[in-house]
Write a protein that binds this ligand. Structure first.
Ligand code: GDP
Ligand code: MG
Length: 441
């Protein structure tokens, strides 16, 4: 393999900060330490307090240096970390000194982790866990990311791959030594047991109502109802700002207005939508179409009914949905249907209860799956494809002549599962995963 570039980057937050962590990884590390550090190359895994110089011998700063020798490092390469004072001039001087060295350049986003992946220090789901924990804002996101970067998904996929590799070996025996006539049940049974176990587990993972993805990306809630019911006013109350335009003209809201809040320890996207009604206005009609789609895709709908309307009743409501009777300040409460929450977007009455109902829903939904297997769309697509191949393999095995087909289907499923953890050719996937990292990680 051609000698790799040595990469460097600021790994800590933007300056000024108390301390700046500079990271260097690659074959050039020991050469750099020789001229850069007064202490020379430090002993591995021991911090050394040292003066730090540029190549001309000008002092950059005094700080701590930590050396990790390949392969016992995060990237699997020689790495050096410098803990310097976190001022812009220090950082600039140090990075200029490093990048003016031949063979040394600034790291691309996620490149340290990508090298770790390429050196088998972690698989792709673990690398995704690293990206997720850096972005985690809620405790639930952090816990999920920690589980993933600690190999929680790797273990599951390895189990599936072992079972399928075992099943494939048995199918190949059937192909090599075909019995006369029907395949005896003794040969088939262990294969079917292995396939059925994996199929059942993948089905369970897929049937999780997207909880892992929601914890990571946020739950989706849509505010729906007739024009002028006060949907935008309620959104603004929940957002604690004037996110959506409120007027007494029906048909004001046309596009979806989304706000992001944290409720029940979860990220929640609340969407205000156009009032549902028949309209000749093409722009409003498009808004109504979008509103219906947002309602259909949401995890939970808040149906707002207009307390001032002649007969305040909601449209079709699903069991977990919330019905809100708005304008309670101006309307007799006796009109509110059973189970509806009375609020007034005008005075703020009932909004805290609405928030706690939403919080209860999202935290209950998040807790409904103990350890979600799917945490992003990429996993879901591959698992769905793998499941199709396994179902096809099962059908093929029911047929005498189907062993060859079944073997091909199982191999296909293995490829789908392997691509989730990054064990097979996934150049485009790698690009997509690592480009979303921050620099220095
Ligand atoms: N009295 C009263 N008026 C409200 C309340 N909520 C909204 N309104 C008024 O109802 C009209 C429509 O509100 P808006 O939020 O734009 O409704 P939307 O069309 O459902 O988004 C505006 O004139 C608001 O000021 C409320 O709780 N009480
Ligand atoms: Mg509106």
């Amino acid at each position: 393999m051609a000698a790799r570039d040595t990469i460097c980057a600021l790994a800590s937050g933007s300056p000024p900060s108390a301390i700046a962590v500079l990271r260097i990884s690659g074959p050039g590390v020991s050469g750099i330490a020789a001229w850069m550090l007064a202490c020379g190359l430090p002993e591995p895994r021991r911090t050394s307090l040292t003066y730090v110089y540029d190549a001309t011998g000008t002092l950059i700063d005094q700080g701590l240096a930590l050396y990790a020798k390949a392969p016992q490092s995060y990237t699997g390469e020689d790495t050096l970390e410098l803990y310097l004072h976190g001022g812009p001039a220090v950082i600039d001087h140090a990075l200029r000194a490093l990048t003016s060295t031949p063979g040394v350049r600034l790291a691309e986003p996620g490149e340290f982790t990508r090298r770790a992946f390429e050196n088998d220090k972690l698989d792709l789901t673990e690398a995704e866990g690293v990206a997720d924990i850096i972005e985690a804002e809620t405790g639930a996101q952090k816990a999920q990311a920690l589980r993933q970067l600690g190999g929680g998904l790797t273990e599951i996929y390895d189990g599936w791959r072992d079972a399928l590799t075992g099943a494939l070996a048995l199918v190949e025996v059937m192909i090599d030594f075909p019995d006369e006539g029907d395949v005896p049940l003794d040969t088939l049974r262990p294969i079917l047991e292995l396939l059925d176990k994996v199929i059942a587990e993948i089905e369970a993972a897929i049937g999780d109502r997207g909880v892992g993805e929601r914890i990571r990306d946020g739950f989706r809630i849509a505010i729906v109802g007739p024009p002028n019911a006060g949907k935008s006013s309620i959104l603004n109350r929940l957002a604690r700002r004037e996110a959506a335009i409120v007027t007494d003209i029906a048909g004001t809201t046309r596009d979806i207005v989304e706000v992001r809040v944290i409720l029940g320890g979860q990220v929640v996207w609340i969407a205000d939508t156009a009032g549902l009604r028949e309209t000749e206005d093409v722009v409003e009609a498009e808004g109504v179409r979008r509103a219906r789609r947002a309602a259909a895709e949401a995890d939970l709908r808040i149906h707002v009914i207009d307390g001032a309307a002649p007969s305040p009743t909601p449209g079709p409501v699903e069991s977990q949905d919330i019905v809100v009777f708005n304008k309670a300040d101006a309307c007799p409460a006796v009109l509110a249907p059973d189970g509806a929450l009375q609020v007034s977007a005008a005075t703020g009455e009932g909004i805290d209860t609405l928030e706690s109902w939403i919080a209860r829903f999202v935290s209950g939904r998040a807790a409904s799956v103990e350890a979600p297997v799917i945490t992003r769309a990429r996993h879901r697509e591959k698992l769905a494809a793998g499941l199709m191949s396994l179902t096809a393999a099962r059908v093929a095995l029911a047929d005498d002549a189907g062993a060859e087909l079944a073997a091909e289907d199982i191999r296909m499923a293995l490829r789908q599962l392997s691509s989730v953890i990054g064990k097979i050719d996934v150049e485009d996937v790698l690009g997509a995963v690592f480009s979303r990292f921050c620099i220095g990680k």
